[in-house]
Ligand binder design. Structure first.
Ligand code: ATP
Ligand code: MG
Length: 404
């Protein structure tokens, strides 16, 4: 992609009410644009980054047998009355012309459970794992953290359906493993820890995946040897490390990037989702649900990986691997073309061919955060070379073009 053709431009300033690091950098770099508090447009580079995050999540969901579907945003309030969630204060409500009330889904248990009831009747139909990557709506009272807390945001939500709790427990462990793999691949694995959290009314614990970060809203108590944490919400119930019993837990700020729950029969009871077992008896289906926030992860990456000058994006999710800065070097088009091809072509290179100062180009390269900066100038071309610098390091290196 040539920067001279890119529709979204970098900006020097963003509005003063944008206080979070992630929104400031992403807006200045032209990755996103604010529609209103907690609601953003994803521009070409930002959308590419989001899609790379989603691709990793989707691949890993498929590894554990997930079948992808897409559920609607609108649902009748009746389903929420059935689960007694119609009074949730974060619900966005709306009405049809007829006056009947609808809500914009904040999660999809009320949709998936009746849906599965249409197709699952026997133990032979179980287990089954269904997920989607879809927009959720929550009327969050404070949406001041950029992509970390959206009123409209993306969620990957997976739901699992089992004959009994033993089968749920086994799958739940599998999901934990695959979540770790997802965060490793996205580049935040080292900072992301499994945390015990409140289980709601149906289970002792749920589990969160929390990424350590000074700007995070959550507080966790981390065991330094197991690297497992306890959410502050339940620390009075669980004062020691749930794995090793260590009582010297360290308080840390963190961002919740994922949350997994054993729902057991809470929703299958509400919608009478049952199956006929081998013995001919009707039994309630046992459920689990597993969330990850791709848009919150995008914000988290920026909160964790940046310096004063801008973002430092992990290679697995950066829109482009290389940021090519062309300085001067008129009439060198064939040579430049050859370099771009060697670096993987336009699919791998963001190419700054704009007629602006070298200083501005370098500043934008730092702001936008692609993993490698590649400078092509008359000086480097004279030596049949380009100058390469990793965004995460200070040192530059001259590399011969035929060695690229
Ligand atoms: P929080 O405690 O941060 O409000 P939650 O526990 O309500 O989140 P879940 O309902 O478990 O979140 O949602 C699953 C995942 O969706 C979360 O782990 C997070 O990654 C993401 N998520 C939740 N709320 C938001 C939001 N307002 N903006 C962006 N992502 C969100
Ligand atoms: Mg949570």
């Amino acid at each position: 992609m040539y920067l001279s053709k890119l529709f979204a431009k970098t900006r020097k300033q963003v509005s003063k009410d944008e206080k979070s690091i992630n929104a400031q950098f992403l807006e200045r770099a032209g990755f996103i644009s604010k529609e209103m508090a907690g609601v953003y447009n994803y521009l070409p580079l930002g959308f590419m980054m989001l899609e790379k995050i989603i691709k990793i999540i989707r691949e890993e969901m498929n590894v554990i047998g997930g079948q992808e579907i897409l559920m609607p945003t609108l649902t009748s309030i009746k389903s929420y009355k059935q689960t007694k969630r119609d009074k949730l204060d974060i619900l966005f409500r709306t009405k049809l012309h007829s006056g009947s009330e609808y809500i914009l889904n904040q999660s999809h248990e009320e949709v998936i459970t009746p849906l599965v009831k249409q197709f699952v009747h026997s133990y032979k139909d179980l287990p089954v794992y269904i997920y989607q990557i879809q927009t959720k709506f929550r009327n969050e009272p404070r949406a001041r953290s950029g992509l970390l807390r959206g009123r409209e945001f993306l969620m990957k939500d997976l739901y699992s359906f089992h004959v009994d709790e033993k089968d749920l427990d086994e799958y739940y462990k599998k999901v934990q493993k695959v979540y770790k793999e997802i965060f490793d691949r996205i580049g935040i694995g080292k900072d992301t820890h499994l945390v015990y959290a409140s289980g709601g009314s149906f289970s002792k614990f749920s589990h969160e995946f929390q990424t350590l970060c000074e700007t995070g809203e959550d507080e966790i108590y981390l065991c330094n040897s197991c690297k497992i944490g306890v959410n502050k919400e339940i620390i009075n119930e669980q004062k020691v490390c749930p794995e090793c019993g260590n009582n010297k837990l360290v308080v840390k700020k963190a961002i919740e990037v994922g949350n997994i729950f054993k729902l057991k029969t809470k929703f299958s009871d509400a919608f009478e989702l049952t199956y006929k077992d081998k013995d001919g008896k009707d039994k309630p289906v046992v459920m689990g649900c597993y969330g990850i926030g791709p848009s919150r992860i995008m914000g988290t990456i920026v909160e964790v990986f940046h310096d004063k000058a801008g973002m430092i994006l992990p290679e697995s999710v950066a829109p482009y691997k290389n940021h090519i800065v062309i300085l001067g070097s008129r009439n060198q088009e064939a040579g430049i073309r050859k370099i771009i091809d060697k670096l993987g072509g336009e699919d791998n290179c963001l190419i700054d061919d704009r007629e602006i100062s070298a200083g501005q180009k370098f500043a934008d390269a730092d702001l936008m955060g692609m993993p490698y900066r590649v400078v092509i100038s008359d000086k480097t071309l004279k030596k049949n070379s380009v100058e390469i610098k990793k965004r995460s390091e200070d040192k530059t290196e001259l590399v011969k073009i035929n060695k690229l």
